[in-house]
Design a protein around this ligand. Sequence first.
Ligand code: PRX
Length: 636
Amino acid sequence: MKEEKPIVQNTSDFYHPSPEIIAQANVKDPEAARLEAAKDIQAYWAKRAEELDWYKKWDTVLDDSNKPFYKWFTGGKTNIVLNALDRHVKTWKRNKLALIWEGEKGEVRTFSYHALNREVCKFANVLKSMGVIKGDLVTIYMPRIPETVIAMLATAKIGAVHSVVYGGFSVEALHGRIEDSGSKVVITADGGNMNGKKIELKKIVDEALQRSGAPEHVVVIKHLGIDVMMEQGRDFWYHELMTLPISKNGVKCETVEMDAEDPLFILYTSGTTGKPKAILHTHGGYSVGVHATLKDVFDLKEEDRWWCTADPGWITGHSYIVYGPLIAGATSVMYEGAPTYPYPDRWWSIIEKYGVTIFYSTPTAIRGLMRFGESWANRHDLSSLRLLGSVGEPINPEAWRWFYKVIGKEKCPIMDTWWQTETGMFMMAPMPAQPLKPGSATKPFPGIDADVVNAEGKSVAPGEEGFLILKNPWPAMMRTIFKDPERYVKTYWSTYPGYYFAGDSARKDKDGYFWVIGRVDDVIKVSGYRLGTAEIESAFITHHSVAEAAVIGLPHEIKGMAIHAYLILKAGNEANEALVEDLRKHISHELGPIAKPEKIEFVTSLPKTRSGKIMRRVLKARAQGMSEGDISTLEE
Ligand code: PRX
C-alpha cells in the first residue's frame, strides 16, 4: 500500500458533525459522557445494565477478587435472548421487521420479531430433542442466511454454547475447531453462495468429521439444493426437523434462565501459535456491552435500517449483526453474497432498495469498490444514509475520503470502531456528535481507559508509536480462553501486569485521539480477516513437498495485508509453477480461500534464532528492503 499522509494533520482540521447530526444524537456530548463514566465505572455500567431486562438484577457490578478473571453483574439472572427477542415480542415490536435478508441471486426473505422468535423456539425444541442441554457446545458452520441467526439464538435460548465457524474456512480449520470445542451437534447447510461461487459446506463438514471428533448429530439446511451425502442416524435435514411435531409445545419454548456469568459462546480466533484460541463470552456483561456501544456509537433509533456487512462467523457479526441490533429492537439487513455480484453496485442497490440508514463495513471492501469508480454508486439514491462505519483494520485516508464523499455525500460521519474478538464490543470509537479525524478511531468508549506505552509500560509522548493497552475491565470482555485459562493470563495480562495487552501498536496524538497502526504479533489481517501465521505454516507442512514454512504479512493495496510464504522443499521436489498452484490449492482446501498466499517463494534456508524459532521480523524487513534491526540472535 502507498504511504499516505493523513489528510488531517492538525487540530484545526477536524471533521465536524452538522447541527442536525448533533441534535439527533443519543449522546449529545461524548466528552462529558466519557468524563462522567471515568468517575465511577461501576456506577456507569450499572446504569447501562438498567436499560435491559433481567430475570433478577445483579448483587455485584464488578467482582475483581480473582484478577484477571473478572466477573460482571454476579448474582444477576438473564439470557441474551430475553433482551434480543422475548421482551420485544411482548410489545408492538412483534410486528416490526427484525431481519431483511437478500440472497445473492436476489431472493428476499423477511422476519418480523414474532416470526423470528417462532423459528427460534421451534429450532430450540429441535436441539432439545437431540439431547442438547445447558452448557453443551454446538458448532454452526453456515453461509450468510437467516438460519445462521436462528441457530445462534436457539442455542443461546436453551443455555447451550455456540461456536460459529466462518463459512469461508475449510476442512482442517473446521476440523480443529469442532474437535477442540467437543461439539455435540454441528449445524450446516448443503452449501452457500460466497463471493459468486458455490461453496459445498456439507462436503467440507463430512471431510472434517472423517478426521475425528465426530459430533452426535449434523443438522443440514437445504439452501442451494445441491446433492449431499446424508449419513443415516447422524445427519438430519433442518426443514424436516422443523416440520415434525417435535413436542406438544412445538412453537413455544421457555428461555433458560442463566447466571450473568454463564457462557454464551466461544469464538475461535488466531493468535501466535498454530492452535486457534477459543474466546469465551458470557450472557450478562456481553449483553450490556453490545447494547450500550451500538446505541451510543451508531445512534440507533426505532426507525433505523441497520446494515452491517460482516459475516456472522466473526465477532462483528455476533455483536453487531445478531445480538446488538436485536437487543436494540432494530431492523437489520443481511446480504448473502459478494458486493460485486453481478455488478459492483450490488451493495449500493441494496442500500437504495431497503432504505438503509446506517451502513457499517470494512476498509478492504471500500478500497475494493473504490477501484470501480464513482459511477456505480452514483447511479443509486443513497440519501437514506445518515451514518457510516468502519471496522477490522486501519482505514487509510484515501478510502475514508471516498467513503465519506461518494457514499455518505459529505453528510454522514464515519464511525471508525477499534475492537477485537476478545473485547466483544467497541473499545475505541467516535460518537456522531464528535469531531472526526480520518484514519483515527478517535477515543475510548465511556468507561474504557486506553493508553499507548513503551516496552517498559510507560506512557509514550503524543505522536510516538507504542503498544496499545486497556487499563480497566469492561462488561463484554472475554472471560477466558476456553479450556486454556493459563494462555488467557499469559497472552493478555502478563506483558503489562494488571493491564490488558491488545497486541496492536498505536499512537495517541496531542488531542488524545488514537491511531491504531497494526498488529505487533504473528497475526495477519488479510482483508480484515484475522489469520495466524503459525496456523498457515502448519497447513503448508501437511503438503507432501514441504519441509519447512515461514509466513509473513506484507502491505497490499486492497487487502491491507497479504500473505507471503517462504518454503523449503523436501529433497526430490522441483520448484515450479505447477507446484505453486498445487500449494495454493492445498491451503485453500485445508484452511479456506482467505488463507491463500499472495506469493510463494522457495528458499534453501530461513532466518532462525539459535533455538530454532523462525525470525519472521527479519523476513519481513528483507522483503521490504528495510533494516533487519537487532539480529544478534540470528543463526541462518
Ligand atoms: O489489529 C486490530 C484490527 O483488528 C484486530 C482484531 O481483529 P478481530 O479480533 O478479528 O476483530 C475484528 C473486528 C472487531 C485488532 O487487534 N482492528 C479492528 N478494528 C480496527 C482495527 N485496526 C484499526 N482500526 C480499526 N477500526
